[in-house]
Write a protein that binds this ligand. Sequence first.
Ligand SMILES: Nc1nc2c(ncn2[C@@H]2O[C@H](COP(=O)(O)OP(=O)(O)OP(=O)(O)O)[C@@H](O)[C@H]2O)c(=O)[nH]1
Ligand SMILES: [Mg+2]
Length: 431
Amino acid sequence: MSSTNYPPHLPPGPPPQPPIIPPKDGVEQEIIIAVMGVTGTGKSYFIKEVSGISDVVVSNGLHSCTASVQPYSFLHAGAKITLIDTPGFNDTTKTDTEVLADICAWTSLNYRKGRLLSGIIYLHRITDVRMDGSSLKNLRMFQRLCGPGALKNVLLTTTQWSNVDPALGEFREDNLRHGDFWGGLVSKGASLERFMGTRESGLGLINKLMENEPKALNIQYQMVQKNMTLVETSAGKFINEELIALERKHQENLENLEKERQKAVKEKDDEMKEILAQEQAKAREKLEKAAAEKKLLADIHAAEMKKREEAERRREEERERNERAVIAVAAKDISVMAHLKCMFTSYDTRGRLIYDIDDTREFVKDSFPITIHYQFNFLAGIEVCVKTIAEIFDAGMGINNYVKYNGGYYRCKGEGCVKRGSQKFVIFRRV
Ligand SMILES: Nc1nc2c(ncn2[C@@H]2O[C@H](COP(=O)(O)OP(=O)(O)OP(=O)(O)O)[C@@H](O)[C@H]2O)c(=O)[nH]1
Ligand SMILES: [Mg+2]
């Protein structure tokens, strides 16, 4: 009998991807919306106003307020709306790397659970006279986090309209729409909206996003599907490049200050020497800060790489263990008459997955339902039928059989039963 009759052995595939569970069609649909933007633009204010949740902390000073990603849920229009408050980049208390790591941890975890964002509300103060470095950096980070695929679900939203002359606000809004700042994003599908500071205005924005098909962010795809480390993602690369440039800038500044200080020493200009020494101390502090952040990013990368290698090693061990595993069926779980009747079809019984055939303890673990299939082969049937009952138990079943379990195929090759404890077992080995 040719072994080509048997189902093929399944080749080991790529590492299993985390399951993406579709949102449940329950009575309560969940709409998840992230609220992002520079510190102080009004992210927490928006969430507090729209959700009515009094616990949301709104800043009252110059310092950054929201320190970590925080979800807030409330009911609206028959759905559970979850607004995600996020810390901004260029935060006064946390480094960009810490903020990015926090956002990535939240988004990756939720992506693995199948929770995708229906939208992102990206806030910007209409009162801002011009785009400072912080706003530009934030926007660049946002573009990398979001990616072009999710732009249709993005509302670029201006805030604090009550603090600006309406005509001036409109002029700035027009510049935002057509200028370099938001023009590119608008042309690729993002919408420009206004938040007028009221619950009604905020809910209007939410209503627009409720219609959307939830989408994965670029960072979620890169970290979960592509298994990238933080620094390998587009957003992580951007921060790393910024830090390298910043370190270089501070280093050059320090070198120039030293040259000037040497000159002051030569010219015996004590006052200048003192000023330059103070400048050097400040520059050194900035350099150390940039270097520390670069190290933090490198440490995160090293820890993620270690985790990735460990996961790969565990997967490989698991694969090898499964390769060696056999399925054991107790002789008592095979009714000879039923078995003979089913010789040309299939036979339902119970089996155990055994990783170490020499370990008797494995043979007493709980059994689970299995089906022994027979390939239709008249001669094979005859061959088995003519055997005595004892022969069937001793030699296993007809050799033209298989059990499918967990994507693999197992076959009893007629090698006889094994005795473990007081029982005999028929062994199906992986093919
Ligand atoms: N008038 C007006 N004030 C606003 C609006 N949005 C925010 N503010 C004020 O702006 C300040 C900052 O608001 P927050 O909501 O704390 O800003 P944030 O973006 O959460 O800031 P971080 O948590 O530091 O990132 C607060 O004093 C708010 O009261 C708005 O639409 N209109
Ligand atoms: Mg906040």
